[in-house]
Design a protein around this ligand. Structure first.
Ligand code: COA
Length: 164
């Protein structure tokens, strides 16, 4: 299997939306409960600044995952060195190094674009994703209690950070 990573364009929105639909249906991984439509995804990609991006992984030409990099906040310059990441790999393709490949791409992009640290927040019950981020060097920094309420059930969120 040949895996390639690249920056997404609005033309990738349909494939990314398809991955969102599958992962949102899992219910126990992400706090996102409604998959973004292709139009929402295309608008989001088109609106990203030069320092942000969606990075996609393709295995033998088929999209199998993506990773997002957004600025922590845009209302002040004092957070310009902080990025927020999210990672999504199709269920059948997990534990094959795709997340790691995406992270290599995103971290190199982040370093080249002036970020000094990355932050992620992961649902407490999503211990697989926490293990994934720990493997990249992210350290857990705290827990926000009952931060997620999905299908009437609460979950906490774990904040993690990585200095680049
Ligand atoms: C979390 C996720 C992105 C990991 O992607 P992946 O492609 O499976 O990860 P990789 O194969 O690159 O794993 C790299 C390392 O992370 C750790 N890791 C990944 N998945 C793990 C798991 N299920 N259990 C324990 N460790 C895990 C391991 O150290 C692994 O290295 P190893 O396989 O050599 O032991 C993927 O499971 C996923 O998309 N989950 C659903 C969406 C989600 O939870 N996203 C996070 C919300 S921000």
């Amino acid at each position: 299997m040949t895996v390639d990573t690249r920056r997404a364009t609005p033309q990738d929105a349909g494939a990314i939306s398809g991955i969102w639909a599958i992962i949102c249906a899992e219910r126990d991984t992400t706090a996102v409960n409604r998959p973004f439509t292709a139009q929402q995804e295309a608008d989001y990609i088109a609106a990203l600044s030069e320092r942000e991006g969606v990075f996609v992984a393709e295995a033998d030409g088929e999209m199998v995952g993506f990773q997002t990099l957004d600025l922590w906040a845009k209302y002040t310059d004092s957070f310009d060195h902080v990025g927020v990441v999210g990672t999504f790999v199709l269920p059948g393709q997990r534990r094959a190094g795709i997340g790691q490949r995406l992270a290599a791409h995103t971290l190199a992009f982040a370093r080249a674009h002036g970020y000094e640290k990355l932050v992620i927040y992961v649902r407490a019950r999503n211990t697989r994703a926490q293990a994934f981020y720990r493997s990249l060097g992210f350290a857990p920094k705290g827990i926000l209690e009952r931060q997620v309420k999905l299908d009437g059930a609460y979950d906490d969120e774990v904040f993690m950070e990585l200095f680049l």
